[in-house]
Design a protein around this ligand. Sequence first.
Ligand code: KIV
Ligand code: ZN
Length: 391
Amino acid sequence: MSRKILVLDTTLRDGEQVPGAKLNLYEKLELAHQLKALNVDIIEAGFPASSQGDFNAVKEIVASIGKDRTITALARAVKNDIDAVYQSIKYAKNPLIHIVLGTSSVHVEKKFNRSKDEVLEMGVSAVKYAKTLLPDVQYSTEDASRSDFEYLWKTIEAVVKAGATMINIPDTVGYAVPEEFGELVKKINYRLKNMNDKVILSVHCHNDTGLATANTLIAIKNGADKIECTINGLGERAGNAALEEVVMGLKLRAEYYNAYTNIVTKEICKASRLVSNLTGLDIQVNKAITGDNAFAHSSGIHQDGLLKSRDVYEVISPEDVGVENMEIILTARSGHHAFKSAAEKIGCKFKDDESFEYLFNKFLELADVKKEVYDHDIYYLIEKYSNEKAL
Ligand code: KIV
Ligand code: ZN
């Protein structure tokens, strides 16, 4: 039976950590509403202990959409942070406290300068405290992919016993490679399900070597029940797994993964444009799913194939992610078929094959000196040459 994968969007927390991406309260609310329209299962609304502004924003998001969505916010494994999260999300219908604490040796020794047992105890105490406030607690074993497996498991086992209801495995610095990350998730999933099959296993992947989407998808294949991602892959450094890529990758190969999400994919492009407009951060033109060129075709061979049948070169239909239509870009590589289709679309009728061939050659001459040929260029060609070769 196909498994439902929960989607947590952290654009408002990890995404907002990007330099220059800071949003004001109204922008955060607008984005939260779009995340609701996308139907993400959980919205990570912020890091309330980081500033009064963030605390207020999380509270406002809860007041605005907290009855419809699970809302979470981040806390380090300390009482003050957990209190700030609790105070900001407590009126949501399903509030979830998210605690993060490192498990790798670099975190334990260099960041905390404590022993492994002391750090483990900090995590357990934090979960126990959070559980006195709310029933749902997610525990993130920060830098999990660089952690010693037995210590990582010891931590997971202890925090689950203390009451954690979700275990999140972050590839915090984008260190993991898909095969290895898949094995890690499989091993944890196996032990976790034997211990407490109600605990939700989650992953959170960063994109330092461009593998965040691949690592997230392989985690799903290996048993992860929940994924964390951001719109446009916004996030620390090279960013997080992009929601649009993971969701559409999963949808495209649903049988392979035997899993699905409840994301309303038609809202994807709107969400992507909104995040770009609000943050002022452009979307790379060739970005998968939401880049300007994601559904644009410029080579003649491809254009010819597409005009015969779209599935020749299109595995995702643009309409499915809220893009009006595929785009045929006329360039010097375009062939007869694409040019004819574009010219006819704007009302040009060719007298005979010879006149078509004549105009096609004029089009190629223009395309050789211009990057792209637009409708107005075709009008120009028609005007200029129609007297020479009656069209
Ligand atoms: O990258 C990370 O480890 C995080 C945690 C808070 C999940 O963002
Ligand atoms: Zn992160």
